[in-house]
Design a protein. Structure first.
Ligand SMILES: Nc1ncnc2c1ncn2[C@@H]1O[C@H](COP(=O)(O)OP(=O)(O)OP(=O)(O)O)[C@@H](O)[C@H]1O
Ligand SMILES: [Mg+2]
Length: 380
């Protein structure tokens, strides 16, 4: 029997759990051509949600593309990535070659500055080639042509740019931000979705009045999958192997994982592999499996070594206390830190983004596995 849990790939369809209200809200914004800025903690399921919405919930007249710019390092590569996304959205699910060649002729009428063709080896691919060497101009005319095409055909589009924070690390960051702002403002028949995993940088881009992307869309905070919904979904999958999952066991996992979807899925994946039919997963077995999964992750030791001693002690304190009441006397004494040293360590860790502060004041790890590893390591 195939393992029904996945943790290392974006999921949709059968492998996708819940999120009915989020799907509905996203689809409404997309239909209304409203831009969306999706904030969430890491590995909570931003990219999977986009995949699920695009594959299974959009009207047929809405073209879509999911562009991940994580590996882009200059304007040329950004142009190429955006271009590939637009090409994919134009082809959509069309595989009929006759229809495709008519589509190519049609598209060519709008993309005057480029040559449009089709590659037929394997899955048919559309190719738009421009000789423009100024990549800022190339990006601008790409979108201009695309919007004209949409308008003329009464089509809509949604363009998701994932790992959007990458923009700020590019050489011409400010110029690119300004260019994209202009494009986004002049858009027709379309909505953009901006999302990414570096929450501090994204918040900085969209919530700073001095920046080009200030208030350029509606904010959409993606919470963890709700505990009950996740439990019911997971329990049902275990029952296929006649394995029974106790609620308290799942709650223990959900709490330790801060609701992080990926980690919960990974632990379930391992449980499914290791359980015999008719077995029951109780809290003790769950705790053992979590520990097993975490202690296997040896790169955490290397990660810790990148920090100064004060920062390392600070990280351990945050892990043990779950980010509350760090500065109590007994804790400071135990960690052999003065309050000032710890405060300065926390500041630098926040700046780096390895931890962040919730509205409640709680300090939270960006990477829940690192938190758990530190916790197990400190109590060894
Ligand atoms: N709704 C869901 N149902 C089931 N599994 C999910 C769901 N959403 C995410 N996952 C699981 O969690 C993992 C992380 O999800 P995903 O990559 O979509 O998150 P992300 O927020 O984009 O992460 P990152 O911050 O690394 O970009 C996926 O590999 C998938 O296995
Ligand atoms: Mg992602």
């Amino acid at each position: 029997m195939k393992n029904p849990f996945k943790f290392d790939i974006e999921v949709a369809g059968d492998f996708f759990c819940g999120r009915r209200t989020e799907i509905k809200e996203l689809v409404e914004h997309i239909r209304d051509e409203t831009n969306i800025i999706m904030f969430a903690k890491r590995r909570i399921g931003k990219s999977s949600l986009l995949k699920e919405v695009f594959l299974n919930h959009l009207d047929a007249n809405i073209l879509h593309t999911h562009i991940d710019i994580y590996s882009v390092s200059n304007t040329r590569e950004l142009y190429q990535r955006l271009l590939r996304g637009i090409e994919e959205s134009l082809v959509g699910y069309e595989t009929n070659l006759n229809k495709l060649s008519r589509l190519v002729e049609n598209i060519q009428n709008y993309f005057n500055h480029a040559k449009v063709s089709i590659i037929v080896s394997g899955k048919p691919q559309l190719k738009i080639e421009s000789s423009e060497k100024d990549y800022f101009l190339a990006i601008e005319s790409l979108f201009q042509s695309y919007f004209e095409f949409l308008r003329a055909h009464n089509l809509q589009a949604v363009i998701a740019i994932d790992e959007f924070q990458k923009i700020v690390s590019l050489g011409d960051a400010q110029k690119i931000e300004e260019l994209l702002r202009t494009i986004v403002n002049k858009r027709e028949n379309s909505a953009f979705i901006f999302t990414g995993s570096k929450r501090n940088i994204l918040l900085g881009m969209f919530n700073d009045s001095a920046r080009a992307f200030f208030k350029l869309g509606t904010e959409f905070e993606l919470p963890p999958i709700s505990k009950n919904e996740f439990f019911v979904w997971i329990k049902k999958r275990f029952s296929k192997k006649t394995v029974s999952l106790e609620k308290a066991a799942f709650e223990h996992l959900y709490l330790l994982a801060d609701g992080e979807t990926r980690f919960i899925q990974q632990v379930c994946y391992e449980l499914f592999r290791n359980c015999e039919p008719k077995q029951t997963i109780d809290q003790a077995f769950m705790a053992e499996m979590i520990k097993r999964v975490i202690t296997k992750k040896t790169y955490n030791a290397q990660l810790l070594n990148r920090y100064t001693t004060a920062q390392q002690n600070g990280l351990k304190l945050i892990a043990i206390t779950d980010g509350y009441n760090l500065y109590s006397k007994p804790l400071l004494e135990k960690a052999q830190l003065t309050k000032a040293t710890l405060q300065s360590a926390v500041r630098s860790l926040l700046k780096e983004g390895i931890i962040f502060k919730e509205r409640s004041g709680q300090l939270v790890f960006e990477d829940v596995e690192f938190k758990l590893w530190l916790r197990f390591d400190s109590t060894e």
